[in-house]
Design a protein around this ligand. Structure first.
Ligand code: AMP
Length: 445
């Protein structure tokens, strides 16, 4: 199957081909025809599967190359980073059409609010928003969505985790009842099904089971004592083998501590966690995307949705508690059919968590011996954690991560999604030129 089979309009086809898209991914093959038929959809798919284009492409095609310049589609996303990335994909895909988009999200200062407000009154076709900021525009009366035809909820599970349920329901109360609604979620817990029941009309269900890590990722582990981790990490970072690196730690306190230690070791590094300002977040991500900053340390907040090409190393300083987070984290490397390395430090306490990961990905990960300078690797007792559980007389069920649908590969064939299309875009851009915080799509994405 190729994108030509969807019969998209010429301008949209030109845009997606210029983005380097050749073959639709699994979710695109299934979701696009359903959306084009005008049906509601509930899709279980994660970042990295091509899910964004699976709703953007049909909606862009339905809007046509010469849209009415009134807000016809609304995409709700949990975070400003994701909202900005979606906006960039719209800009790339719709480059040869007259469709215009605007992202609105919280954080930033009063001037960012004013800029966004001006942006949305300026003939926008697709609005991409985080729920909190959108509510403030709607309730102040500065935004009306009477002409909306398409509502998309992206990463719906995460929006609920972040406490946006009430906001979502309030936003929906401002929308026309007659609309097409598309809901995407990485997981399908009961509350997502409940939300789906209340806002979708006779939806088609699409399931792309959890994707396995891309085959281009070279996965390794080191067994370490906690006291050896920072020395080992510093050696890896100083080895000169890797140029664009993400290090994940389990808590923001750990991220902050590690940041200080790596700074003291004269490494060019920055930390990404919930205590830094919106402006700082954007600066850090922009520098990282533009390859001015080689190392970023963060919590799992970084593991979803950060779509940066060319990351060649992901380090799990701690084993993630949820096996699916492992897949999200290491999926930051080897994107778009490149290769990368994912290294996990496993201490004795984390053995069980690590076994759950191996079960989920259905393979054993190679252990690399510790460099002698770091010291002796710990000798783990076989299944020490399981032994402790039995001694406590506790329930010996496999914790977390079980019951997962695992196995099926997303089949997402991702090729280089390189640059914004080259060529002449019709001069339709009504958007105020306020997107100084956007990464240069020529070097990133
Ligand atoms: P997503 O799952 O939406 O976060 O997409 C992951 C990455 O894959 C993004 O950089 C997209 O631009 C890219 N992508 C999506 N669909 C395709 C496709 N059919 N071919 C090549 N790249 C794609």
């Amino acid at each position: 199957m190729t994108f030509l089979d969807f019969n998209f309009n010429e301008q949209l086809t030109e845009g997606l081909l210029s983005m380097g898209y050749k073959t639709p991914t699994a979710i695109q093959q299934i979701a696009i025809p359903v959306v084009m038929e005008g049906k509601d959809i509930i899709a279980c798919a994660q970042t990295g599967t091509g899910k964004t284009a699976s709703y953007l492409l049909p909606v862009l095609n339905l809007l046509g190359p010469h849209p009415k310049h009134q807000i016809s589609a609304l995409v709700l996303a949990p975070t400003r980073e994701l909202a900005q990335q979606i906006d960039q994909q719209v800009e790339g895909l719709a480059y040869f059409t007259e469709i215009s988009s605007q992202a609105v999200f919280g954080g930033g200062d009063g001037s960012a609010y004013e800029q966004q407000k001006r942006g949305i009154t300026n003939k926008v076709d697709i609005l991409i928003a985080t729920p909190g900021r959108l509510i403030s525009f709607l309730s102040s009366g500065s935004l009306k969505l009477n002409h909306l035809q398409y509502l998309i909820l992206d990463e719906a599970d995460r929006m609920l985790d972040m406490g946006f349920y009430e906001d979502i329901m309030r936003i929906i109360s401002y929308l026309p009842a007659k609309r097409q609604t598309l809901m995407f979620s990485a997981t399908m817990p009961p509350r997502i099904r409940t939300l789906a029941k209340s806002i979708l009309h006779n939806p088609e269900q699409v399931n792309i089971a959890i994707s396995q890590p891309a085959s281009g990722i070279n996965q390794q582990i080191y067994k370490t004592h906690d006291s050896q981790k920072t020395k080992l990490l510093t050696m890896l970072l100083n080895s000169g083998t890797y140029t664009s690196i993400i290090v994940f730690a389990s808590t923001k306190e750990k991220v902050k501590g590690l940041y200080k230690e790596l700074k003291a070791a004269k490494l060019k590094v920055n930390a990404f966690h919930s205590d830094i300002t919106q402006h700082e977040r954007e600066e850090i991500l922009l520098e990282f995307k533009n390859k001015q900053l080689p190392i970023i340390i963060g919590t799992d907040a970084l593991s979803r949705g950060i779509d940066v090409e060319g990351i060649d190393l992901v380090v799990n300083y701690d084993v993630p508690g949820d096996p699916e987070d492992y897949i999200h984290r290491i999926g930051r490397t080897a994107r778009a059919a490149t290769t990368g390395t994912a290294i996990t430090f496993v201490n004795e306490r984390d053995q069980r968590k690590f076994k759950n990961i191996q079960q989920l990905i259905e393979r054993e990960i190679d252990e690399v011996p510790l460099p002698p300078e770091v010291g002796e690797a710990p000798q783990f007792k076989p299944d020490a954690d399981g032994q402790k559980r039995r001694n406590r007389g506790g329930n010996n069920k496999r914790p977390g991560g079980g019951g997962n649908s695992g196995g099926a590969n997303s089949g997402g064939q991702r090729k280089s999604n390189n640059n914004r299309p080259r060529g002449n875009r019709p001069n339709n851009n009504n958007k105020p030129n306020n997107n100084t915080d956007k990464p240069n799509p020529g070097t990133t994405n």
